[in-house]
Design a protein around this ligand. Structure first.
Ligand code: SAH
Ligand code: SF4
Length: 347
């Protein structure tokens, strides 16, 4: 049997574990400091804890649940992709990006993804399993350590890697709880973004939670006929319901929603569709983030050329929509949006 992961434990469960081992209450604080402030990668580093306790923890728990299997760095050195092996032989990827003083890690929430969006390499893998909160958190801790070695600090975390975060809602939210907790990583909620394809009940739940975490909605089409061709789940959660849910989120939180729109040549990039999108989003507190489709799982779909991306942006802006074009990162190392995919090791 595999050992439980220390980063999956809450303060309360750690307290129980240590109490059962006959340890005084202050040991929890020492253990949590080692996990979240010092981010030790080996039990040997926890110098404030007695050796016998460390031995016991080592026998019963996994400290760090990710094994780095490969690092790939882009030619411009601004993007690094990490391939990690998990205890069951699954692999996940996370991507660290540097941009004008910002250091952002893009993390995975599932091994594969069941949603099957036609343009996405992760979707092409199918679904293998959800990650635990500790496996999600460990990707962030790894990025922090990586940056610290070079005298830099992590500034942003985006839940935009492999998988659909809102299909792994509880573990994602527990990871955020520990990420933002003062006793955890003490990282500002406003520096986090969760991207969803639109799991309606979970958008409502997220809104009710009144979190300060940013929400991104992957739209990619302004009408149901087109969106359903690209994103199968649109049949269950149609556009008007998603837009209503996103508006409720902005009403509750006063935070704008990021609308993601990948431009696919000849498919969703006409100026008529830009007009339709502007009408759909009219009156909503949002920022439209355009990106030309990256090579993903489908060879027949191509990213729109730069002129079309700019024309689409200009049309949206003319219609009063705040719009940006996303910087392309790490494409040649398959570290761009929708390019993350791994193969399962057979055991
Ligand atoms: N499952 C979530 C988050 C992971 S995907 C979601 O779908 O939102 C992260 C982002 O990459 C999403 O906006 C997704 O639509 C986008 N994406 C997927 N494949 C892509 C591709 N080939 N090119 C550009 N963006 C892509
Ligand atoms: Fe899953 Fe997001 Fe890829 Fe769709 S775009 S298959 S929801 S990871």
């Amino acid at each position: 049997m595999t050992k439980p992961i220390l980063y999956d434990q809450t303060s309360e469960t750690l307290q129980t574990v240590l109490r059962e081992l006959g340890q005084p209450a202050f040991r929890v604080k020492q253990l949590e400091e080692g996990l979240y402030q010092h981010r030790y990668l080996s039990f040997l580093e926890f110098s404030t804890l007695p050796k016998s306790l460390l031995e016991n923890l080592g026998e019963n728990f996994t400290l760090f649940p990710l094994e780095l299997s490969k690092t790939i760095t882009s030619r411009d050195k601004q993007t690094q992709k990490f391939l990690f092996e998990l205890h069951d032989g699954s692999y996940i990827e996370s991507v660290l990006m540097h941009y004008e003083g910002r250091h952002t890690v893009c993390i995975s929430t599932q091994v594969g993804c069941p949603m099957g969006c036609v343009f996405c390499a992760t979707g092409g893998m199918g679904f293998i399993r959800n990650l635990t909160a500790g496996e999600i958190l460990a990707q962030i801790i790894f990025a922090m350590r990586q940056l610290e070695r070079e005298g830099m600090n992590l500034t942003n975390v985006v839940y935009m890697g492999m998988g659909e975060p809102f299909l792994n809602y509880d573990h994602v939210m527990s990871s955020i709880a520990r990420l933002t907790d003062q006793k955890g990583l003490n990282f500002g909620a406003r520096r986090l973004t969760i991207s969803t394809v639109g799991i309606l009940p979970r958008i409502h739940q997220f809104t009710e939670a009144k979190s300060q975490v940013n929400l991104a909605l992957s739209l990619h089409a302004p009408n149901n006929a087109l969106r359903s061709q690209l994103i199968p789940s649109n049949e269950f959660y149609p556009l008007h319901a998603l837009i209503d849910a996103a508006k409720k989120y902005t009403d509750y939180t006063h935070r704008r929603v990021l609308i993601e729109y990948a431009l696919i040549d000849g498919v969703n990039d006409s100026l008529e569709l830009a007009d339709e999108l502007a009408t759909l989003l009219h009156g909503m507190l949002c920022l439209v983030n355009l990106i030309a489709l990256n090579p993903g799982s489908n060879d027949t779909l191509k990213g729109s050329p730069r002129e079309k991306v700019e024309a689409f942006r200009d049309r949206l802006m003319k219609r009063g929509m705040q719009t940006t074009i996303r910087l392309k990162r790490g494409i040649e190392i398959n570290a761009g949006c929708g390019q993350l995919a791994t193969t399962q090791k057979s055991r």
